[in-house]
Design a protein around this ligand. Structure first.
Ligand code: HEM
Length: 238
């Protein structure tokens, strides 16, 4: 890449020349909407790069039990996840016909090949391992201890809640993306890999940290043995 000699410090530092040449030249666009299609995907890849980097930092801080850092950095990851969800809406300004014109350009590419997404699918294993080892004392402390039996709203609890928020927002991205597909190509169609698009619903049901979800059912059933039966009305009218 030949550096633009007119570039000032801002552009040199941010490598604007390279960044702005990562999209198709304007005259090669299949339709005007293709520019936003490429940019939204590229921006989301950048956010996923930052999330991956931050999650690796989080794992290291979990290993050192630096919980304040863990929570602050999770706050960053959660914000990035919300942005990723919101940004999908930009693509809903594209008409189904214009998307069909763009789709002809994509070969048999699929979001499932996204390098950022693939990394994010792998990292939860290491996050959970770090949580079990350093916060659950190698499994000697149970999730029930943290949430119910010995509930203290302590660092174990706040880190667990940060983990479940990551899981929830990840699922939210998958569901929101399904609505985007619903709106652009329809859920009854096939992907460019020839698979029914509908299969994505299975992925959207996946949970990274099932124990953190299951504790809620467990507690409701346990506490419900006291209140889950029909009780006397508090108004006295029914
Ligand atoms: C109009 C816009 C879009 C359409 C029509 C669309 C369509 C699809 C389809 C059909 C699949 C399934 C592929 C397969 O079975 O191989 C898929 C997967 C995926 N797409 Fe998109 N997509 C769009 C935008 C985006 C954007 C902006 C992102 C941003 C990162 C994205 C990320 C993904 C990911 C990560 C997957 C894999 C999801 C999973 O395994 O749960 N997509 N997309």
């Amino acid at each position: 890449m030949i550096e633009n000699p007119d570039m000032l410090d801002y552009g040199v530092y941010l490598k604007c020349d390279q960044l702005l040449s990562c999209q198709k030249p304007l005259k090669e666009l299949a339709t005007a909407d293709e520019l936003q299609f490429q940019i939204v995907h590229q921006v989301e890849e950048l956010w996923m790069k930052l999330m991956t980097f931050t999650l690796v930092e989080i794992i290291e801080y979990m290993q050192q039990k630096q919980s304040h850092r863990v929570i602050t950095l999770f706050g960053r990851v959660h914000r990035l996840q919300r942005m990723m969800v919101d940004q999908l809406a930009v693509l809903e300004t594209m008409s189904p016909k214009e998307y069909q014109q763009i789709r002809l350009q994509l070969g048999n590419g699929s979001g499932q090949e996204s390098p950022g997404f693939r990394m994010l699918l792998k990292l939860p294993n290491d996050l959970w391992k770090a949580f079990e080892t350093h916060y659950l004392d190698e499994g000697k402390i149970s999730i029930e201890d943290i949430y119910d039996e010995h509930y203290a709203h302590d660092e174990k609890y706040t880190v667990a809640e940060a983990l479940i928020e990551y899981d929830e927002l990840f699922q939210l991205f998958r569901w929101r993306h399904l609505f985007l597909i619903h709106r652009s190509i329809g859920l009854g169609s096939d992907s460019l890999k020839g698979r029914p698009v509908d299969l994505l619903q299975e992925g959207a049901k996946k949970r990274f940290f099932p124990k953190l979800w299951d504790i809620r059912n467990h507690m409701t059933n346990k506490w419900g043995s006291e209140y889950g039966k029909v009780r006397p009305s508090i108004s006295g009218k029914s």
